[in-house]
Each structure stands twice: as C-alpha cells, then as structure tokens.
Design a protein around this ligand. Structure first.
Ligand code: FE2
Length: 285
C-alpha cells in the first residue's frame, strides 16, 4: 500500500456501497470490473468482522491471471538486473511465479513463519496513521484485487501486484521487519508533524528505496519493484540518487502521483532499522 493518500478520491463513481473508483481509474467505466472489485472488497470486510475464518481465498479469473502473468514476467526480467539480492532471495522463498496470482493466505503463512509478520486483507487505501500503526503489531494491510486489464503495466492504487511483488518480499528479512515495526510504533505516538516525517521516511525507503550492494546500487522499494517504468528510470540520468541521510529524507517532500526525481540509497536494512529506532525514540521525549 502507499501510505498517502486517501485524497485521491474526487469525482467518484460510487459502485454500490463498497468500492469507490475515481472517474479516471482505468476500470471506472467497466461494470464487470466494478462488480468484481465490490465482491473482493466485501470479502475483506467480512474478514474484518470475522478474522478467525481466515484470509479469504480469491478464485482469480483467467483474465486476472493473464494480467498477473504479464506484469510478473516483465518485472522478473528487470529484477534480475536491478533488484538487491535480499529481495531476489525472498521472491524465490515465497514461491512467487508467473503461473498464478499468489493467495494472501499462503503468503501470510510463509511470511509469519519467517519473521512473524502477518498480512490482513483490505479493500483500498487507508488513512496514514491507521495503516502505519498496524506495522507495530507486525501486520501489513494488503489488497487482493488486481489492476484493470486495459492497463496491465499501470495502477493508480495498490493492488496484489504491488503488495506481493513490491512489499511482501522485503518483510521476510528480520531487519526490514523490525524497521517496519519501528515505523509503526512511531506512527502511533507521532505528532502530526512527526507523522508527516515518518511518511516521508516510509516513502523514500519502503516505497522507493535503493540500497548499496557490492560497490554498486540496487533497488528494493515496493514502488520500484512493482513498476517496470519506475524501476528502469531509477537508474537513469532522470533521477538524482543521493546517499541516505535521515535529516534530509524526513524534510524532503514528494508527489505520489508524479515520477520521482530524487531517490535515496541506504547502506543496509540494518542501518535504517537503527536510525529509525533512534528517530522514533526521540518522539517520546
Ligand atoms: Fe505501497
């Protein structure tokens, strides 16, 4: 999930009472897609009321699987060249493949066995503090629907491609899981200004982070790993790549709907875990 921004909804088409798509969403005028989104949203709502029944299993259609296969295959080739080794190992360990859209329930079982992190289904964007605060409990909210088939390379919102190819692999790493938990703890106690700073830290690491590896630079952020265009562009002259500096990162604004002009390179997951721990400790005092 992106942490930002329930504000994307303006000029909405309301589809029954659950799933709301902005008028410029690729699926906004596709009745069948909207019905499907409502169905998956309803399952997430039922889980919220009745979590002991387990994460819903989605029977993905052939058309949805074709969208996944397209996105996965294209990204997989680029990951081999641009993704950090921890990410690549994790993707293998989770068993992600082009053949089938992963079930959140399976990913939750594997992930929780590795780092104790859990996944919980959600039907769309969630307010920043609520979304981040759950990370303190080692829970990440995750969508289960997939982007519209008319634009398989693009989604204006998080979807199962973004969650499972972008976010979930990094959470198999103990340092990254702890770092995420620190962000969650910080979000729970942060002032509004501190929450804004945490949101920037999240953006420039969890979503768009780069990392030093073997004397070079690789990528790990979910927004990069789930977007062919952003990932390729991250290594081009169109992007300024700067060494990670917490003071600078938390004061750097971003535009979630634009291509990113500046990215930050962390030394390691352990490093951002430690600096984030120190940062949020300062909130309390
Ligand atoms: Fe995200």
């Amino acid at each position: 999930m992106n942490v930002n921004e329930s504000s994307q909804i303006s000029d909405n088409i309301l589809t029954e009472e659950i799933s709301v798509l902005p008028i410029d969403h690729p699926g906004a005028r596709d009745e069948e897609y909207r019905v499907r989104r409502n169905h998956i949203a309803r399952l997430a709502g039922e889980y919220r009321l009745n979590p002991q029944k387990g994460i819903p299993i989605i029977e993905y259609t052939e058309e949805e699987t074709a969208v996944w296969r397209h996105a996965f295959t294209q990204l997989d080739e680029l990951h081999r060249r641009k993704a950090c080794s921890l990410y690549l190992d994790a993707k293998r360990r989770l068993g992600l493949s082009a053949d089938a859209i992963p079930q959140l329930r399976d990913l939750d079982r594997k992930l929780s066995g590795l780092t104790g992190f859990h996944l919980a289904p959600v039907d769309g964007l969630v307010e920043t503090r609520a979304f981040l605060s759950l990370l303190e409990k080692r829970v990440m909210l995750s969508t289960q629907y997939i982007r519209h088939h008319s634009r398989p390379d693009y989604t204006p919102e998080p979807d199962i491609v973004h969650e499972s190819i972008g976010h979930i692999p990094n959470l198999t790493n103990e340092d990254f899981a702890d770092f995420s938990q620190f962000i969650g703890r910080g979000a729970r106690i942060a002032s509004e200004e501190q929450l804004l700073q945490l949101g920037r830290l999240y953006w420039f690491t969890v979503e768009f982070g780069l990392i030093e590896e073997d004397g070079g630079i690789k990528a790990f952020g979910a927004g990069l790993m789930s977007s062919y265009h952003e990932l390729e562009r991250a290594f081009s002259d169109e992007v300024e790549r700067k060494a990670f500096n917490l003071e600078e990162v938390i004061e750097t604004n971003y535009d979630y709907s634009a291509l990113q002009p500046v990215l930050f390179v962390i030394p390691s997951y352990g490093y951002i875990k430690d600096v984030t721990h120190g940062f949020i400790e300062s909130f309390a005092g």
